[in-house]
Design a protein around this ligand. Structure first.
Ligand code: UD1
Length: 429
């Protein structure tokens, strides 16, 4: 077992460079299935979800070449199967993008339903609604989503009943090589949706409107290879912004798109944190005690659900009572019990968490329940008094590149420790 050991109460000071966006990378890599030719993708984050996605493509017959630690070339010209390997694919949420890409290129896909972090049922009805409108049949059998369009994919008008990132991207992928025009309404507007559209356009697709409520996809006959650079990771940047605020430090967070961070910046400023925007960086400084605030997660440009656990941790260090409402997922507060081990005073009732700011947390052994909850435990430990040991860090390493090295470079006392099996921390029952 591997864990992080954090000695808290060190103010973070210095500079951190943000990696490429996980949520863009895990959609752009399967999108390469639509392309005949070599896709050279730059600013790829070095995280385990990306490694798994590349392994899946290799297993399906793609040629994958690592050019350097952040650049990969993928050639899916000779992909030999439309079935995603069950064991590998079901461990990551984004494997559902294989369905849209395979449907678009081969009119057939057999892909396990989404895995990844568990914080509620992950329905795919809106993905299927879109595929059906494009002329495909859909079913779930024997642990696979089956999508078939023996007569090809035809453009259609699709109105999403729920604002879904996954469905928006998946339908966009399927429609890229369709016959005619597809109009998708009530779509999600996250930066990584725009990034996937830009990637596809740079390979020859004709997609407009990404980043607005309506995306139009004019089908093209085929896509050819090219080079594309992934955007910086909004959530990684937001996590380090919160960590800086929690420890009362000052960090320049580089290689970001400040516009993508505004939803996070606005809440930090409400809490008394100074955030100065530069062209491609933000300087975060906390000089005064944190103030309470209320947060509600929403689709972009609202406050991201992927920043909710980190926000809750920060509010534990604020003065006064704050309310957090999780409006995207049903079950995203499982980590609160872990925070309570550190002394947090939080009551959860359904989608609402009431956080009594107590100004300080105390180190304890805690678990990373999922990716962002794990990052939140790290933030909690960095600002807490004493030693925090975070277990189950494989969740965190799914989505944060070089977390330990980046935090050490700004003065954190954090180490990654291998613990022989059987000697893991014993918890009080
Ligand atoms: C969601 C987040 C995304 C985040 C990701 C990983 C939103 C809108 N989406 O994306 O920012 O990066 O989790 O944590 O914030 N839904 C349906 N039917 C469907 C698809 C989704 O009802 O077919 C519902 C889900 O239950 C959920 C909501 O729509 O309540 C948003 O889901 P969706 O955006 O698809 O999830 P992800 O793509 O995983």
């Amino acid at each position: 077992m591997t864990k992080y050991v954090i000695r808290g109460k060190r103010q973070l000071q210095g500079e951190i460079t943000i990696s490429g966006a996980k949520n863009a990378a895990v959609a752009i890599i399967p999108a390469a299935i639509l392309v005949k030719g070599v896709c050279r993708i730059e600013n790829v984050p070095k995280i385990s979800d990306v490694t798994k996605m590349l392994e899946i493509l290799k297993e399906m017959g793609a040629e994958v070449r690592l050019v350097n630690s952040s650049c990969v070339e993928i050639d899916c010209t000779h992909i030999r199967t439309q079935t995603a390997p069950q064991d590998m694919a079901r461990s990551i949420r984004a494997s559902y993008y294989l369905a849209g890409a395979l449907l678009g290129r081969f009119h057939h896909a057999k892909v396990p339903p989404p895995g990844g972090c568990y914080f509620g049922v992950r329905p795919v009805d809106q993905h299927f609604k879109g595929f059906n409108a494009l002329g495909a049949t859909t079913d779930i059998q024997n642990g696979y989503m089956l999508v078939d369009a023996p007569n090809g994919i035809r453009g259609a008008n699709i109105y999403l009943d729920v604002v879904s990132v996954g469905a928006t991207i998946n339908i966009m992928l399927a429609a890229t090589l369709a016959d005619g025009l597809t109009v998708i309404e009530n779509v999600a507007k996250e930066p990584h949706i725009v990034d996937v559209a830009n990637f596809l356009n740079s390979m020859g697709a004709r997609i407009s409107g990404a980043g607005t409520d309506v995306i139009k996809v004019r089908g093209v006959k085929e896509l050819a290879g090219g080079t594309y650079t992934i955007i910086p990771d909004q959530i990684e940047a937001g996590t380090y912004m919160v960590a800086t605020a929690a420890t009362g430090g000052e960090v320049l967070i580089k290689n970001v798109i400040p516009k993508h961070l505004e939803c996070i910046t606005a809440k930090l400023i409400e809490m008394g944190v100074t955030v100065e925007e530069r062209d491609d960086a933000v300087l975060v400084r906390r000089a005064v005690p944190l103030r309470k605030t209320n947060v509600k997660t929403m689709p972009y440009p609202g406050f991201p659900t992927d920043m909710q656990p980190q926000a809750v941790v920060l509010l534990c260090y604020a003065q006064g009572t704050s309310l957090v409402t999780e409006s995207v997922w049903d079950n995203r507060y499982r980590y609160v019990d872990e925070l309570k081990r550190m002394g947090a005073n939080i009551q959860v009732d359904g989608k609402v968490a009431v956080i009594e700011g107590i100004g300080d947390l105390t180190g304890a052994p805690v678990k990373a329940c999922d990716l962002r909850a794990g990052a939140a435990m790290v933030v909690a430990g960095l600002a807490a008094s004493g030693v925090t040991e975070v277990e189950d860090i494989s969740h965190i390493e799914r989505g944060y590149e070089d977390l330990v090295e980046k935090l050490k470079s700004v003065g954190a006392d954090i180490t990654r420790v291998e613990v022989p099996d059987g000697t893991a921390l014993r918890r009080a029952q």
